[in-house]
Design a protein around this ligand. Structure first.
Ligand SMILES: [Zn+2]
Length: 189
């Protein structure tokens, strides 16, 4: 099931997500929904707070842009080691249409539970490393805009507020059109 992606600014995106106690069928359903939502939105990563669930859960699939990759589920992820620095132009499914350079670690090692609750450790390079850092940030209530200057962040905030207002207006118009359509149908009887 595709879930709605929360658009920034929204208070839920600033919350710290809670650790998962048990990887059960309900959690696997969340993981499946998140992967479906990520693919439908053409993203390479998604964190649970972005679908309004405050759990430490991430899905990542950088395979469209990185060779040898696949879908990865990370439950209670923890970056245990970093190496070097790099700059990457990042976007975010919660901040559509925006992309800015963010300074990150070049390589990271992440420890997490997998789809079946089994612990694993993963060495991440390139886009996968960026995605792991970006998504782990989400679990701490941090977005890529928080790594930018306040001036840049405020400009993006203004554009996002406008986007959200436009979307709300569009939804209201659609609803009004539906009501009108229904009325027309009624009077045709
Ligand atoms: Zn994001």
């Amino acid at each position: 099931m595709i879930r709605d992606i929360v658009i920034w600014p929204d208070p839920i995106l600033k919350e710290v997500a809670k650790p998962v106690e048990r990887v059960d069928d309900a959690l696997r359903k969340l993981l499946d929904d998140m992967a479906e939502t990520m693919y439908a939105a053409d993203g390479v990563g998604l964190a649970a707070p972005q679908v309004a669930v405050l759990k430490r859960v991430i899905v990542i699939d950088t395979s469209p842009r990185q060779e040898g990759q696949r879908l990865i589920h990370l439950v209670n992820p923890e970056i245990v080691k970093t190496e070097g620095t790099t700059t990457y132009t990042e976007g975010c499914l919660s901040i559509p249409g925006e992309a800015e350079d963010v300074d990150r670690a070049d390589k990271v090692w992440v420890r997490a539970l997998d789809y079946h609750g089994k612990p694993f450790e993963l060495e991440c390079e390139g886009l996968l490393s960026i995605a792991v850092q970006h998504e782990c940030d989400h679990l701490q209530g941090t977005l890529f805009v928080d790594h930018l200057s306040s001036l840049k962040r405020e400009l993006i905030r203004r554009r996002m507020k406008k986007l959200k207002a436009d979307q709300a207006e569009e939804r209201a118009e659609k609803k009004a059109a539906q009501v009108k359509g229904a009325k027309r149908h009624e009077s045709a009887l």
